[in-house]
Structure formats: C-alpha cells, structure tokens
Design a protein around this ligand. Structure first.
Ligand SMILES: [Zn+2]
Length: 463
C-alpha cells in the first residue's frame, strides 16, 4: 500500500522584548531566581489591568510582513480559559477569531526541490509559568508567566518529516534575521507541536498530535516514528485513534497521552480589559517593512545566481545570519566560491568570532595569486587563530612562501628524477599513474611550498 503523509505544525516563538506582554516585568528570565520577575499583573492578582506591549505587536506584524501574511484590519485579544497550576489567572490572554495575521508562506528547499509551506494564521498571546517537578513535589516558577509568545500555525501541507524539520530550521533562521527571538529550541524559545496523518487516498487521514519535541532532530525522529506506526496500524486493517501523543526521546517512541474525541471547551471570550486594535492604523507598515533585512531564501537565490555558489553552500551560509554577513564581507575582496569553501570547511564557528573577514580574505588572496598553496594556507589558518597575527606576517616569519620560479622547481624535479630511475622507466613504459608519486616526492622535498600544478607540468615535460 502506498501512503500519503500530511503534517501540520503549530509553533510558539518566544519574543525577546525587554518587558513582558501585559506588564512591565523583565522578560529575560535566564539564570534568574524563580518567582523574582513577577508583579500583580503576571501573578494574576484580582483587580489588576493588563497593558499590551506595543513592541511585541510591532514585531508580530513585522514577522507577518516578512512571511507574506495579510495584516488584519480589526484584531483583538481573547481570554482562553483552562485550569492548570502554572496559570494563576485561570485564563490565558490569547487571540481567537481575529488574529493579527492571516495566511502567509515560507519557501524552503528540500533536497534541491523548492516547497512552499502555507501558513494559516499568526497570533500573539502570553505564556504560562513553568512547573518544575522535584521528587514528589511540583514547584511553580512564574518568571515566564506573561512572556510574549507568537503562535504560527501552518496548513496541513507538509509532506514529510524531513520537510517539517527543514521548515522549522528556516523559521528559526527568519526569526533571528528579524531580531524578534533567539528562537533557540533547546531553551524553549521556539516550541513545535505537530499534527500528522497518514492515509491511503487523497483524503486527510486522522490527525494525531505530537508534543514534547525540543530539538529539530527530535521533531524529525518523532514524526518518522509516528509515520511508520500509523502505516502499520493501517496495514493491519485497524483504525487510527484521534489522540495526543508524547515523544519519549530516550525510548525513541511516541506514547498515548490523552484521547481527543472532544475539542476542549476553552470558553473563549473577548478580553474586556484591552481595547480592540486596528493594526494597519496603529503602525507605520511601510516603516516596519523597510526594517526587514534580506532573508535566507533571497540570499540563497542571490548567492547562486549572482555569486556562483552551489545550492548546498548557499544553504549552509544563508541559514546563519552571522556566517552570511561574514561571507558577504569576504566575498567583496576574494572570489565568492573560494570564500564560501573556506568559511564552511575551515573557519567554523570559532574562526568566525576570532578572525576578521578582511584577514581571512588576505590569506585567500595569497592562494589566489599562487604565493602559497592551499595546503600551506590550511596550516597558516590555525596559527592566525592562535596568535592573532596576519597571514602575511606568519608566512614571512616562517618562510612559507610558495616557490614561484620554474627554474627553482625544475632543479628539484631533476634531483627527484635522478633518484627514482626505476619509477621513471615505468612511466616511460606507459604506467603514467606513477607520475603522482614523483609529484608527491617534489612536494615533500619543498615542504609543500611548490605549486602542484606547476610540478606536474615540469615532470611531464622532462620525462
Ligand atoms: Zn509582571
């Protein structure tokens, strides 16, 4: 039986605004004592009034503009009621029928194929606190209560676990480019829940919700597991149960958490303490749009069409804003392909921080002009990292310059030929592959300072 997989994602992005969504408390709880960043508003004490964070709304609209969503003319906040110990108010301020943004698209590349992931909506809400389970006790930390969360919902249009992972990575990258979230999945700044269904025909199957995935790898693994599980259930002639399943990373399985026969009744109603919004009037949308930098998808295209990079190299560089900035600066001085190759394969993250783009370019220019070989350059780079000295200084100090003159190389070639007469006769007898051995000997003799192409040429001329 051939099956079709359909995945939809719900992503929560924690915005890195200075203060929380509806009060003035500090929004950065990293490394802070529990329950110290709280006030009557986020503690949910009676009689308090929320005030919406304008920055959080502006950033949500900017995200929508970047993702081609339609900005709502009328929008409002609603109360979503449920009981849980991390939610002291007994309701969460969220958005129900009038979200700030409707629709939208994200373009991704999956194994060389372009795919458009359609968005349903983007809305803004507040986060709940955090429960910490210690032995038989459960402790609550309300530092996170009231943190602004942007919820991005996709259409059920993602066709594979790999596409889901790549989409999430693209989304993380976009959030970082926009500067609205650090979008770190391991730290819970970006959280994803997935709905996955498998069916034998074009109709959607029964969606199963999966929770508790906190890395990109886990998302892919959990969805692959669930895809296989559902196919096996269908193969056995059984029905898929509509339910929520958790991901157990240690065991590598999903497990049933609760059945989802009935939608939970959240008794949504408009938040009476916050006025409705007219986002298109409240914000200068042209100004917000002008603040959006070139995003990874555009960079990928430009790096390939204008700078001659392969799709693979363009992808690796464009996804990381810091690497992309570094690459663009280096490529102003040396060929983009050479720059990309060195940044991806040699420099790595440590190098990005410690070596300036113009200093890397100086090293690469020396390869380009044949003053040093690529092999020598690979030895010089770690010394640049270690000493902070420039490539030119290290090469001068250590006498690493490539032997440029043909005469000098020819002399060494003569020496190697005379020392290896047997090999030379075998080459003359037709075993041309043995030339490589002679080239190697010359390179050894010159400590890698000869240009291999030139050595090859001279040996061929002399034999
Ligand atoms: Zn507060």
């Amino acid at each position: 039986m051939t099956y079709k997989t359909t995945i939809g994602l719900e992503i929560h992005v924690q915005l890195k605004t200075k203060s929380k969504m509806f009060c003035g408390c500090d929004n950065n709880a990293e490394g802070v004592q529990p329950n110290t960043l709280v006030c009557p508003v986020c503690l949910g004490l009676p009689g308090v009034l929320p005030v919406a964070n304008k920055q959080a709304i502006g950033w949500t609209l900017k995200t929508g503009l970047a993702l081609n969503s339609k900005i709502a003319e009328h929008s409002k906040f609603d109360r979503k009621h449920y009981f849980y110990p991390d939610l002291p108010k007994g309701y969460q301020i969220s958005q129900y029928d009038l979200p700030f943004l409707i629709g939208g698209q994200v373009e991704i590349e999956v194994a060389g194929d372009k795919k458009i992931i359609e968005l349903t909506r983007i809305h803004l809400e507040e986060d709940a606190g955090k429960l910490v389970h210690a032995g038989t006790d459960s402790l609550v930390d309300l530092n996170r209560a009231g943190t602004p969360l942007m919820e991005i919902v996709t259409e059920p249009c993602i066709d594979s676990p790999l596409s889901a992972k790549i989409f999430l990575q693209e989304l993380r990258s976009i959030m970082r480019y926009l500067g609205v979230s650090s979008a770190d999945m391991e730290k819970g700044h970006l959280r994803a829940d997935a709905n996955i269904s498998v069916s034998a025909d074009e109709k959607l199957g029964v969606p199963v919700e999966i929770k508790n995935m906190n890395s990109f790898k886990m998302v892919e693994k959990a969805l692959l597991y669930e895809e296989k599980r559902q196919r096996e259930v269908l193969d056995a002639g059984d029905k898929i149960a509509k339910e929520t399943r958790g991901w157990d990373d240690a065991k590598g399985i999903t497990y049933s958490q609760r059945s989802k026969e009935f939608a939970q009744d959240y008794r949504y109603f408009p938040e009476p303490d916050l006025p409705p919004f007219e986002p298109t009037k409240m914000f200068d949308l042209a100004k917000l749009k002008a603040e959006i930098p070139e995003l990874p998808a555009e960079k990928r295209k430009r790096y390939q069409s204008e700078m001659g990079l392969s799709l693979q190299d363009a992808e690796v560089i464009a996804i990381d804003q810091e690497m992309a900035n570094y690459f663009e600066k280096t490529a102003e001085i040396v060929s983009p392909k050479l720059a990309a190759n060195w940044i991806i394969n040699e420099l790595k993250i440590d190098g990005l921080v410690k070596i300036k783009p113009e200093d890397l370019a100086e090293l690469l220019k020396l390869i380009d002009s044949n003053e040093i070989s690529g092999k020598i350059a690979k030895d010089v780079l770690p010394q640049m990292l270690e000493t902070g000295k420039s490539a030119t200084d290290i090469i001068a100090e250590k006498g690493l310059k490539q032997i440029g003159s043909e005469e000098e190389i020819a002399k060494i070639v003569d020496k190697i030929i005379s020392e290896n007469s047997e090999i030379v006769s075998s080459i003359k007898a037709g075993k041309t592959s043995a030339i490589g051995f002679l080239v190697g000997q010359v390179m050894k003799e010159t400590k890698g300072q000869a240009n291999p192409a030139m050595v090859n040429k001279i040996i061929n001329e002399k034999i």
